[in-house]
Write a protein that binds this ligand. Structure first.
Ligand SMILES: Cc1cc2nc3c(=O)[nH]c(=O)nc-3n(C[C@H](O)[C@H](O)[C@H](O)COP(=O)(O)OP(=O)(O)OC[C@H]3O[C@@H](n4cnc5c(N)ncnc54)[C@H](O)[C@@H]3O)c2cc1C
Length: 470
């Protein structure tokens, strides 16, 4: 069942071991490096209390993302729920709880995939999904291996296993209830110690999260950095030092093939993409909205070249939207319909290519449209309030369209979205969180309609020869 924001925040006060800037963080809900973003996650949960949003977000008291979609209509209803949460952070919180919820629903749609050669994790996969859905839990995941010392099993006991090692870039992990640890890319057949998947509470003894810098902590105020001060989901290195994992939480074990297959042979990954493509579309809508406001403020919106640049951005928004709608419309049955439906694979996989290439282009285009004003901003909103400097700014920093305060407010938001360190992290995120290009481009050669393309070209070639007369 869904929880209130307050219940979620209370659950985060569990003694979890988070490290930031040489300090052990006692409580992520009050620490200046995390508290505002924790509050943003909590607010998402509270949206379900709003009568107009409740039926969009929930079915039977549970967020729609936890349910296994059974029809095209279910996919559309899920997307409408994803969109509400995506809009609440303007697309800047990538790992809202609906992300892993959708992945867990993918596991539950096809639990037989968890039955490996030497270990059967099907029951554990179903229990994982049930636990998340019944508790309305927020689960992060770490699937990326560091160059050395990836998480591996070091001891086996009657009641479970002991693991050591690390995983990288745990986005949102410090704000999660649980972390799913696994591997999404193929492992060498002999890498059995690393070939495992499990999910444990973040406060499990021996589990540490070493956080990257907190943009939230370095933000001067909401006015100065409206996004990084509130939507910094953070990314952390996961370190396991003799972490005990009971068998009931082990989903795959000592099995390289099954450990990768659970992502690709269940709809888990495609469900992820459906959620993240909806968020991406929302983020592009937001950035394009900024471009419209900036060009209006600059008085350039009607210049033909600027209007064309806005047209290109609106075309990008339409592309991002089209990928979501087309993935739904090309739905496919899972396991002959026994596992419900999934968004179409060919289009979902292609969304990764489009998004990774479009995002940096959109950011660059909007920065160009904004011009030098994006940089020429007072250090903080305090200057506007200062008795000496404030009147000067009000006199010189406005435009015929906007007062100085309106313009500085808009451009500070734009810089946070497009040029700040937070913005740089977002560009890295959109380019890589779905995997590196050499991986997903190669996958598209299999998922794409190469045969159809080839036979069309072949049909043309076969339609004439040396003797063909016009
Ligand atoms: C902001 C952000 C958040 C993320 N969040 C998560 C998360 O929550 N959970 C999670 O599990 N992962 C997360 N990731 C990790 C992400 O999935 C990986 O970064 C991505 O899969 C690439 O893997 P890597 O970083 O290990 O790249 P590497 O394998 O180190 O490769 C780095 C680069 O080298 C080049 N390269 C490497 N090998 C080849 C090759 N064979 N051929 C051609 N070029 C090559 C590519 O340019 C590649 O981008 C996140 C990443 C970012 C940036």
């Amino acid at each position: 069942m869904t929880r209130s924001g307050q219940e979620y925040l209370e659950a985060l006060r569990d003694g979890r071991e988070i490290w930031l800037d040489g300090e052990r963080v006692k409580d992520v809900t009050t620490h200046p490096g995390f508290r505002s973003s924790a509050a943003s996650f909590a607010r998402l949960l509270d949206l379900a209390a709003e009568p107009a949003l409740r039926p969009v977000l929930l079915r039977g008291g549970v967020h729609r993302a936890y349910a296994v979609p059974r029809s095209y209509e279910d996919l559309v209803a899920r997307r409408r729920a994803y969109k509400v949460w995506a809009e609440a952070s303007y697309g800047f919180l990538g790992r809202t709880p609906d992300h892993m919820a959708s992945g867990a629903a993918g596991f539950a749609a096809r639990p037989g995939v968890f039955t490996g050669a030497g270990f059967d994790g099907a029951e554990q996969a179903l229990a994982f999904h049930r636990r998340l859905a019944e508790g309305g839990l927020h689960c992060a995941f770490t699937l990326t291996n560091p160059a050395e010392e990836a998480v591996r099993v070091v001891a086996e006991r009657d009641d479970g296993i002991v693991v050591c090692g690390a995983k990288t870039v745990g986005t949102g992990a410090v704000f999660a209830d649980e972390i799913l640890v696994g591997t999404i890319e193929p492992l060498a057949p002999d890498a059995v110690e690393q070939a495992l998947t499990f999910s444990v509470p973040v406060d499990t003894p021996g589990l540490k999260l070493i956080s990257r810098t907190s943009y939230e902590q370095h933000a001067r105020s909401v006015f100065d950095q409206p996004l990084s001060s509130r939507f910094d989901e953070n990314d952390a290195l996961l370190v396991c030092e003799d972490v005990f994992v009971p068998w009931e939480r082990v989903l795959t074990y000592r099995d390289p093939a099954t450990t990768a297959a659970i992502w690709w042979e269940t709809p888990a990954y495609l469900n992820f993409t459906h959620q993240s493509a909806t968020r991406f579309w929302t983020k592009l809508e937001f950035l394009t909205g900024l471009a419209v406001l900036i060009t209006r403020s600059n008085g350039t919106e009607r210049l033909p070249a600027v209007a064309q640049a806005l047209g290109r951005l609106l075309g990008m928004v339409a592309q991002a939207k089209a990928f979501v709608l087309a993935a739904e419309a090309s739905w496919e049955e899972v396991d002959g319909g026994r596992g419900g439906v999934r968004p179409g694979q060919e289009i979902s996989f292609a969304q990764r290519i489009m998004a990774g290439e479009l995002y940096p282009r959109a950011v660059q285009d909007i920065r160009l449209l904004a011009g030098g004003a994006l940089v020429q901003l007072p250090a903080s909103g305090r200057d506007l309030l200062h008795p000496e400097v404030g009147p000067l700014l009000r006199r010189y920093a406005g435009t015929p369209e906007d007062t100085a305060e309106e313009r500085i407010k808009l451009l500070k938001l734009a810089w946070d979205a497009l040029g700040s360190e937070f913005a740089g992290r977002h560009e890295q995120y959109e380019r890589l969180y779905q995997g590196a290009p050499h991986v997903y481009l190669t996958m598209q050669t299999r998922a794409g309609a190469a045969d159809d393309c080839e036979s069309l070209a072949r049909a043309c070639l076969d339609g004439y020869d040396l003797g063909t007369v016009r």
